[in-house]
Design a protein around this ligand. Structure first.
Ligand code: BTN
Length: 254
């Protein structure tokens, strides 16, 4: 990771053996004045967090568990766009380093071979009652043996090692990811049309029937497109369209 091309993350790297959750560690560091670009890595998480209150399986030495601190100017409502930006960067870094062809499952999963290899969780840090910082958390299953995953992940998750049939140097992948993130974040938000285009190209969800579950309803829809705010445009059986925002919705392929 010391071989980073830019200085945005290189100057503020925090490497830990263990954290409950790197997102939590970074929120604490932000409250103590950590600068934008602070990046926290750890070897294992004892309480890795996922979306919708789920946990993220984070065993020692097998994955990348990373959180970076961002302060997008006036763009704090753009969490969905930044999630997609991160998803595109993860997919590109995996492609560059591992030679695999990752897809993106709206809105926060990166998949290889139809199974999840990465999850992304953005959380905001509130200061004086207003969101001031974003903590972008990324977890990648790199060298895991999927047969050791908890039962609920067996069918739906995999690792880069399992898909490629060889292990990878986590440091190399982490450096490639930070380089991609730095470049892409420096171009944000002007580069959003480009990110949307790349995201659409990689979306495994589009043109597919998906099961959408929210607090109010559960149903099968056809996923048609993503809009300019990175919401998912879906059509129901009656042909009626609606746009889903990432917050409280879970999506799986029908
Ligand atoms: C999801 O799949 O719902 C999101 C998973 C996000 C996991 C990463 S690992 C690093 C960071 N710290 C956490 O506790 N979660 C994120």
């Amino acid at each position: 990771v010391s071989a980073l091309k830019g200085d945005f993350f290189r100057d503020n790297l925090v490497l830990l053996e263990e954290a409950a959750s790197t997102n939590l560690t970074l929120k604490e560091l932000a409250a103590k004045g950590a600068p934008e670009g602070t990046a926290v890595f750890c070897e294992r998480q004892s309480a890795g967090r996922g979306r919708l209150g789920r946990s993220f399986h984070s065993p020692a030495g097998e994955g990348i568990y990373l959180s970076v601190l961002l302060r997008p100017r006036g763009e704090l409502t753009q969490a969905a766009a930044l999630t997609s930006l991160a998803g595109v960067c993860v997919a590109q870094a995996i492609e560059d380093v591992c030679g695999l062809a990752p897809g993106i499952k709206w809105v926060n999963d990166v998949q290889v071979g139809g199974k999840k290899v990465c999850g992304i969780l953005i959380e905001s840090v509130i200061e004086n009652g207003v969101p001031a910082w974003l903590v972008l958390g990324i977890g990648i299953n790199v060298n895991n043996d999927p047969s050791a995953f908890p039962p609920e992940l067996q069918e739906v998750a995999t690792s880069l090692r399992a898909e490629a049939g060889q292990p990878f140097e986590r440091e190399r992948l982490a450096a490639a990811l930070l380089d991609r993130l730095e470049e892409s974040y420096r171009g944000f938000p002007q580069n959003l049309p480009l990110i949307r285009q790349e995201c659409r190209r990689r979306m495994v969800t589009l043109g597919q029937r998906v099961v959408i579950r929210s607090q109010e309803e559960c149903g099968v829809f056809l996923a048609e497109d993503i809009d300019e705010q990175f919401g998912l445009i879906v059509r129901d059986a009656n042909g009626e369209r609606q746009t889903l925002r990432s917050g409280e919705v879970s999506v799986r392929m029908a």
